[in-house]
Design a protein around this ligand. Structure first.
Ligand SMILES: Nc1nc2c(ncn2[C@@H]2O[C@H](COP(=O)(O)OP(=O)(O)O)[C@@H](O)[C@H]2O)c(=O)[nH]1
Ligand SMILES: Nc1ncnc2c1ncn2[C@@H]1O[C@H](COP(=O)(O)OP(=O)(O)O)[C@@H](O)[C@H]1O
Length: 306
């Protein structure tokens, strides 16, 4: 019977072809996720750069581009020429300038041209000190077209905060009234301290007039929005690592050591909720994370390349 057993080279070939099939399937799965809007092209590119030999890194730039909604083969060829990327290149093998050009292109392209029905309610949540405020602040300063919801809160203004811009600062009685009259889309007691809520009307008006809206709220609020509006796009902001999250919380220096310890306990629970979200964005650099979030809102202006 021994002569019927595959010889070692055959075993190698079988293993290699199985591995090739598995790798092709894995690449197809990534493309399907991009096509379905489950992962942003920017996030896939970031992973490819971090792991050139991983699934994303092995994707050809051509197949990556055509998996993006609204990019067909003709447009893809034009983009490849303009970005000066040869068709054989894989994402993990791009040179620094090619990567930069591709990243910039992805960040400034219009994801879809389906018009006003494409307005999205985008919810940005994540653990304490991950940088939600920093990312939302960057978006406010650099993407004036983004409508950022202004929350009502019972906490006192901090130095530099502006009424109606940072928050609507209200009394407990006023907050009670807003809750009772249904003026809030969602609200929650955050960090066991003050109440925060999203005024309903500006959000509904913006969506009705075809504008995407961004809510930067806590996890409880995110869950309430998802229950009330299942079509909302849920984005979870992640730290690059646990140690970095701790560094950011301590570095911010706005909480006592006891409060920091309590928030870190909460952060563990918050991180465990990330799978409830549609999209995950790693806040390595504020500007890149902000772009990824904006990319999910489908509101960038049409660039010359498309
Ligand atoms: N549920 C809910 N959470 C909010 C709202 N506005 C802000 N938050 C959250 O409240 C938390 C506290 O925000 P802030 O008072 O600015 O303080 P910081 O977290 O100490 O910087 C953050 O986690 C925000 O995401 C809101 O309208 N609803
Ligand atoms: N990408 C980043 N790299 C380094 N530090 C950051 C980054 N994003 C935020 N930070 C810093 O981390 C701290 C927490 O950010 P913050 O926006 O207050 O978090 P959150 O609103 O999620 O509680 C702040 O000191 C902020 O400047």
């Amino acid at each position: 019977m021994a002569e019927n057993r595959p010889t070692p080279p055959d075993v190698d070939r079988v293993a290699a072809s199985r591995a090739a099939v598995a790798a092709r399937r894995a690449r197809a799965a990534v493309k399907a996720e991009i096509a379905a809007g489950k992962r942003t092209p920017l996030a896939v590119l970031a992973t490819a750069i971090d792991h050139p030999d991983g699934v994303e890194g092995r994707l050809r730039a051509t197949e990556f581009l055509v998996s993006i909604p609204a990019i067909g083969v003709t447009k893809m060829r034009r983009i490849m020429t303009q970005l000066k990327i040869s068709p054989s290149k894989r994402l993990g093998g791009l040179g620094k300038h090619q990567r930069d050009r591709l990243r910039e292109f992805l960040a400034t392209r219009t994801v879809s041209r389906r018009g006003s029905s494409d307005a999205h309610l985008v919810v940005l949540a994540g653990p304490t000190a991950v940088g939600k405020g920093a990312v939302a602040g960057y978006i406010r300063e650099n993407y004036p077209d983004v409508l950022l919801s202004v929350s009502a809160t019972t906490r006192a203004p901090r130095p530099g905060e502006v009424e109606g811009k940072s928050y609507f600062f209200v009394t407990d009685e006023e907050f009670d009234r807003m809750v009772a009259s249904g003026e809030l889309l969602e609200w929650a007691v955050v960090h066991n301290a003050f109440r925060y809520g999203t005024p309903r009307e500006p959000v509904e008006q913006a969506l009705a007039s075809g504008h995407s809206v961004l809510l930067e709220i806590d996890l409880q609020g995110a869950r309430s929005v998802r229950a009330a509006m299942p079509e909302a796009r849920m984005v979870f902001l992640l730290p690059p690592s646990w140690d970095e999250l701790v560094r950011r919380l301590i570095g911010r220096g706005t909480e006592s050591p006891a409060e920091q310890a309590r928030r870190l306990e909460t952060a563990k629970l918050e991180l465990a909720a990330q799978d409830e979200f549609d999209f995950r964005v790693v806040n390595q650099e504020v500007n890149v994370a902000a772009r990824e979030v904006v990319d999910l809102m489908n509101l960038r202006k049409a660039p010359s390349l498309l």
